[in-house]
Design a protein around this ligand. Structure first.
Ligand SMILES: [Zn+2]
Length: 93
């Protein structure tokens, strides 16, 4: 099973490949189940991912639900739903 931390690391990898600067990723937060992950930089300027567990409630904008062709993890757009689902989860969800 894919863990939240793996998904965050994949997101970082994919967004780096797409040219997003590290500064723009710093502070990005991710929710996976009841875990909250935050990208932070340590003293040496390296990334690390903070995780904390707690009750998390998300109020989503309905518009996000209707967009089934955009990967919710890395934001890549596809022509079909299957490719979108497989993008960052390797189809194991
Ligand atoms: Zn993706």
């Amino acid at each position: 099973m894919t863990t939240g931390l793996e998904l965050v690391n994949k997101w970082i990898e994919k967004n780096r490949e797409m040219g997003l600067p590290d500064e723009a990723m710093e502070g990005t937060k991710f929710v996976f189940g009841d875990m909250l992950y935050t990208i932070r930089k340590n003293g040496e300027g390296r990334f690390h991912v903070d995780s904390s567990q707690g009750k998390i409630v998300i109020f989503r904008d309905l518009k996000q639900y209707t967009d089934e062709l955009t990967c919710r993890i890395c934001g890549t757009e596809y022509d079909n739903k299957i490719d979108t689902i497989r993008c960052c989860t390797n189809g194991d969800e």
